[in-house]
Write a protein that binds this ligand. Structure first.
Ligand SMILES: Nc1ncnc2c1ncn2[C@@H]1O[C@H](COP(=O)(O)OP(=O)(O)O)[C@@H](O)[C@H]1O
Ligand SMILES: [Mg+2]
Length: 255
């Protein structure tokens, strides 16, 4: 009897451990070409990368190096031309339109440089919007939205309209909107490009805290030095090619 319990326990321990270190994004030999007049333009060339659960990683590189193209494919907003991208066990190229939408709605949050809040809705409603495609009751939605607003320090202004917010506050609402569904993956494409230094630091610190608390995998694109200081892994792109992949700032990893 005791042995059976121990074996059962060990089995669960192994499963949970594997879940912890699970690879959640795998990119193999990824090439992306766009039509360019008569010819073709190669935006990404044979990229190979893998991301585990809970990473805080960034793509760096000059404008036009392929950062957004790579994030869009991982976010299932676009498809590879060649190679394979697997996100949460799903081959992005094989997903139907509906399956792609489902993957994004349930499992991937997005934050962009321009935060695109809906102007006629309140802060609360802008965040709640991300939950409307799932079957939560109004009460559950309220609880989740208020919790997300607390994460970003805006629980005291749920009824404000976007035009009454500062830039930093607007981007915080965008973070709450992206995180409210507790996605496994958060994609942030140059999230601090429109912010001053104080707000940029505050926002990246907030994201790092959420990364640690919720074990969300964060994938940034940036050329902001302020963001770089918080990243744990830096992947550099040049002309669509990966030129380096380094673990950095690891001392801050446990803080
Ligand atoms: N839909 C598209 N059609 C044609 N070319 C594109 C498209 N999207 C991106 N590109 C080109 O691919 C290259 C990489 O773009 P992008 O991924 O946006 O770079 P980054 O985000 O690093 O600035 C650029 O030269 C850009 O012009
Ligand atoms: Mg870009």
């Amino acid at each position: 009897m005791t042995w059976a319990v121990m074996a059962f326990g060990l089995c669960w321990y192994t499963i949970i451990n594997q879940m912890d270190t699970k690879e959640i994004i795998r990119i193999e030999q990824l090439t992306k070409r766009f039509r360019d007049g008569e010819g073709e333009f190669t935006a990404l060339h044979k990229i190979g990368l893998s991301f585990g659960r809970g990473e805080f990683a960034g793509l760096l590189g000059p404008s036009g190096s392929g950062k957004t193209t790579l994030l869009n494919i991982v976010g299932s907003l676009d498809k590879p031309t060649e190679g394979r991208v697997t996100v949460l066990g799903k081959d992005i190229a094989r997903l139907t339109h509906k399956e792609s939408a489902m993957l994004r709605n349930r499992h991937i949050g997005f934050i962009f440089q321009v935060y695109n809040l809906l102007p006629v809705y309140t802060v609360f409603e802008n965040v709640e919007f991300a939950l409307l495609l799932q079957n939560f009751s109004a009460g559950e939605r309220r609880k989740k939205v208020m919790e997300a607003l607390e994460w970003v320090g805006l629980a005291h202004m749920p009824n404000k309209r976007p035009d009454k917010l500062s830039g930093g506050e607007g981007q915080r609402v965008a973070i709450a909107r992206a995180m409210v569904k507790r996605p496994e993956i958060l994609i942030a494409d140059e999230p601090t490009a429109n912010l001053d230094a104080r707000n940029a630091h505050a926002i990246v610190r907030m994201m790092k805290q959420l990364n640690k608390e919720l074990e969300t995998t964060f994938l940034f694109s940036t050329h902001d030095e302020k963001v770089m200081g918080y990243l744990e892994r830096i992947i550099r792109l040049e002309d669509g090619k990966m030129v380096s992949d380094e673990w950095v700032n690891v001392k801050t990893k446990k803080t």
